[in-house]
Design a binder for this molecule. Structure first.
Ligand code: G16
Length: 547
């Protein structure tokens, strides 16, 4: 097969010219921004994925078109490596250079990637592409596919799928189906089979009731949950709200990010009985949070930290009962509620590590354990099992029920990346086994009140952080001022960091009371505005009184 790099340039010039002059940054989870500027980025990512596939000996590489939790006008691209991880860090720089060169320089840049990485362009390559249900996604998917075709690669289009489904397809194909069949049906089959075996016909148990309200964020997670329901034969009664079919914009006033950050139910929440278990996923269904209202109408959130502690505690119980010796560990980020970390360290005696925001960092760290549990507070996470863990558990399962349960859990968990639906089925399984309702779950510890704010600045890159984003090193003096403010609050903690998915600086604060937390977040937000070049309207003080 001969490749003519001129074709790449011809495609770019004729169909996907670069229209934006601004430097495009590789963010927390790939490139993200306003959809109208992304055609050239997508075309070039099709080219990159093909090169990457050849570089990895023809393994399948995934390209997911989604802006996940962002508003509807945004779109983005997430690249999936052969084992289901996000694109290897060293290739982020290659991707960044490729999207930023001019159309005229493109051919030369592609040649440079080939040469620098010693890629044999005559070999075969395979790229899987999926997209969320934003109206501009099909156009961008075509751009990715054309990028693959320009280099004579093979492309397989999966249409509208969740991000974790695409990760699953990539791994399933690369493991020659050892992980499952690389089809949508194969994905449902694998998860539902494990879920139903784990239920073992016992749909209700103790305080656990077999029904939930599911907020699909008007995204792809709603559609796919409807497919699950069709196939689940009543093993879980799910009512889907914010289905995004006909009405409702993706993530608008609903979904996991809205519920977590606003600390309130989706706006369209129907009247339900107090303590009804509700769950929200985000636009591409890779994050999940739970919530409920009590008999006084007060809202309660069970976020990624709660899921992490529930899962970690349960896995620990099963490992102990199975009498096997495995190294368990939990990975969090700076956003983890201080109370959750205390609970994990003091009560569960689990080793905890803290890494920068982004699944790519958490996943990587979790691989250091036999069983690595990782969750961001925003509900993004999963569990990874080492080969040693899998073999040890399989052996123990010959004699121990607890190890058999562990084996089924491995099938239920989408190890490739955080998967809202798989995580939800895991939580439902644990609650069912324990006979717990939301009150039992939430009573394990008390969260510290916390608050997140977004601050608009001229250039978010003026903020630089260290120590897993818990300290700000630039602009000079900002951290000293934050420390002074934090010192005035009991159990106060706050940090600031530039978002890698939106053009904002994020402020996180926690303290002993809700009022203190709001005040602390506001004070730190003002410091960011003052010392990091704030723009836009004056920051309004958050108010927990509505909660
Ligand atoms: C992505 C990443 C997450 C990260 C989130 C927010 O999520 O995959 O790991 O927590 O962005 O990142 P930032 O604070 O840098 O904007 P998603 O669900 O939007 O793909």
């Amino acid at each position: 097969m001969s490749i003519n790099l001129r074709t790449v340039y011809a495609f770019a010039r004729e169909m996907y010219p670069k229209t934006s002059k601004e430097t495009i940054q590789y963010g927390t989870a790939g490139f993200r921004g306003k959809a109208e500027f992304l055609d050239s980025v997508m075309f070039r990512m099709g080219v990159l994925a093909t090169l990457r596939s050849r570089y990895r000996g023809g393994s399948v590489i995934g390209v997911m078109i989604t802006a996940s939790h962002n508003p509807e006008p945004d779109n983005g691209v997430k690249l999936v490596d052969p084992k289901g991880e996000m694109l290897e860090a060293s290739w982020e720089a290659i991707a960044t250079d490729l999207v930023n060169v001019s159309d005229q320089e493109l051919e030369q840049q592609v040649a440079k990637i080939i040469k620098d990485n010693n890629i044999d362009v005559t070999t075969s390559s395979q790229v899987f592409v999926g997209m969320d249900n934003r109206y501009h996604s099909p156009r961008l998917l075509k751009a990715v596919a054309d990028g693959v075709i320009a280099l004579k690669g093979n492309v397989k289009e999966y249409g509208i799928v969740t991000t974790p489904m695409l990760h699953y397809f990539v791994v399933a194909a690369n493991t020659k189906e050892a992980y499952g069949k690389p089809t949508e049906e194969g994905y449902y089959e694998k998860l539902i089979k494990a879920f139903e075996l784990l239920r073992n016909g016992r749909l209700e148990n103790g305080n656990y009731r077999n029904s939930i309200i599911y907020d699909g964020a008007n995204g792809v997670g709603a559609r796919k949950m409807l497919q699950f329901i069709k196939r689940m034969k009543g093993s879980l009664n799910v009512t889907v709200i914010n289905q995004g079919i006909g009405v409702g914009k993706i993530n608008e006033d609903c979904g996991a990010d809205y519920v977590k950050v606003q600390q309130r139910p989706p706006k369209s929440m129907p009247e339900v009985e107090p303590f009804t278990r509700c769950v929200s996923v985000d636009g591409d269904a890779d994050r999940v949070v739970y919530f409920f209202s009590d008999d006084k109408g007060e809202f309660h959130l069970l976020d990624g930290d709660r899921i992490a502690t529930l899962v970690a505690g349960y896995l620990m119980e099963l490992v102990t009962q199975s009498e096997i010796n495995l190294r368990l560990g939990l990975v969090q980020t700076a956003y983890a509620n201080g109370a959750s970390t205390d609970y994990i360290v003091d009560k569960l005696k689990f080793p905890v590590s803290c890494v920068p925001t982004g699944v790519k960092h958490l996943h990587h760290k979790a691989l250091e354990y036999d069983i690595g549990v990782y969750f961001e507070a925003n509900g993004h996470g999963t569990i990874v099992f080492s080969d040693n863990a899998k073999a040890t558990i399989a052996q123990a399962a010959e004699t121990k029920e607890s190890a058999k349960t562990l084996l089924l859990l491995i099938d239920l968990i989408n190890e490739t990346v955080g998967d809202a639906i798989s995580d939800m089925l895991l939580v439902e399984t644990i609650l069912n086994h324990k006979g717990w309702d939301v009150q039992d779950w939430i009573s394990s510890y008390n969260d510290l009140p916390n608050r997140q704010l977004k601050v608009k600045v001229q250039d978010r890159n003026v903020i630089e952080t260290t120590n897993a984003e818990r300290e700000c090193v630039k602009p000079e003096g900002l951290q000293t001022e934050i420390n002074k403010v934090v010192a005035n609050y009991k159990r106060g903690r706050s940090f600031v960091r530039p978002s890698g998915t939106e053009d904002v600086v994020r402020v996180y604060a926690e303290a002993a009371t809700k009022e203190d937390t709001d005040d602390l977040a506001y004070e730190v937000g003002l410091l960011v505005q003052k010392l990091a070049g704030g723009v836009g309207p004056e920051l309004t003080k958050p108010n927990s009184a509505h909660l």
